[in-house]
Design a protein around this ligand. Structure first.
Ligand code: NAD
Length: 250
């Protein structure tokens, strides 16, 4: 009398579970639009279609960043405006930054529809097939033009280009090169900052308790200053990890 309903519930759960990539992304899309008061079934269908056409039927090592231009355009028509003075970039601080951003009302790429839809997902297609895959896809460094890497490059470029007012970046002060020229932050985002709408970039350099690292003692941050050029103001604050519990930088 007890086992049967449990088995039934499990089977039903497996059937209703959004296991396909399409279900997962459409579910995220609907959740997001509802939460932001922009619900529309149609938009999520449209978004799925433009996402799909970026990589389906293609060799998974031959999907360049601009394959996502149509998706980015579609999403920008549905989604909200950039939030000036609250935009936050990051490099090597993924978990910390999202917790901090949520608590202190900053917005990262992953808080916007585009990033929210695809964060922590893997996908690819195959030439000669209409299918989408979530396993057996090339990983980040297997080949340059893979669907996931190309997506994040183009999404990051668009996010950075929209940064306005005072922007922030959370970097890891416990590693050798908090500002690493090979990172997406350095190689894509910084290059797309638009000094006609953005005023400053403040580095939050997160350090371990008791670490004596300063903004000035870090060599890599000198390169960031250089890369920002003279039209964007550079600031930097050391934030001991424990201070991330407060919204002290305000
Ligand atoms: P990072 O080096 O911490 O990389 C960010 C993410 O990209 C990683 O969590 C991983 O999923 C992937 N990645 C990057 N290099 C990789 C590698 N060599 N092997 C496997 N996976 C790799 O920081 P970053 O490169 O400076 O990128 C972060 C910045 O760019 C943020 O400001 C964000 O706006 C954007 N971004 C976000 C994501 C994401 O997964 N949400 C990915 C890339 C870029």
């Amino acid at each position: 009398g007890f086992i049967a309903p449990v088995i039934l519930a499990v089977i039903l759960g497996l059937i209703l579970w959004p296991d396909s990539l399409q279900e997962k992304i459409k579910k995220r899309c609907e959740t997001y639009l509802e939460k932001h008061g922009l619900p529309s079934q149609n938009d999520c269908e449209k978004i799925w279609d433009s996402f799909r056409q970026a990589f389906v039927e293609k060799d998974p090592c031959e999907v360049p960043p601009d394959a996502y231009d149509s998706l980015i355009h579609t999403v920008s028509q549905v989604s909200q405006e950039p939030t000036c003075n609250r935009m936050m970039f990051w490099s090597k601080t993924k978990e910390k930054v999202h917790e901090f951003a949520k608590k202190c009302s900053y917005v990262t790429l992953e808080d916007f529809l585009l990033g929210f839809l695809l964060d922590n997902l893997t996908w690819c297609g195959k030439s000669g097939s209409q299918e989408t895959f979530t396993t057996g896809c090339p990983s980040w460094s297997d080949c340059v033009n893979n669907p996931v890497r190309s997506f994040w490059i183009q999404a990051s470029a668009a996010f950075a280009a929209s940064a306005c007012g005072d922007a922030f970046v959370m970097l890891d002060g416990a590693i050798d090169m908090p500002y690493n020229p090979d990172s997406t932050f350095a190689s894509v985002e910084v290059k797309h900052f638009n000094s006609s709408i953005m005023k400053s970039l403040t580095v939050l350099l997160v350090t371990k308790e008791g670490d004596t690292k300063t903004c000035e003692s870090d060599e890599s941050l000198k390169h960031l200053q250089t890369d920002l050029g003279s039209n964007l103001k550079y600031q930097c604050k050391v934030v001991p990890q424990s201070q991330l519990q407060t919204c002290i930088v305000d």
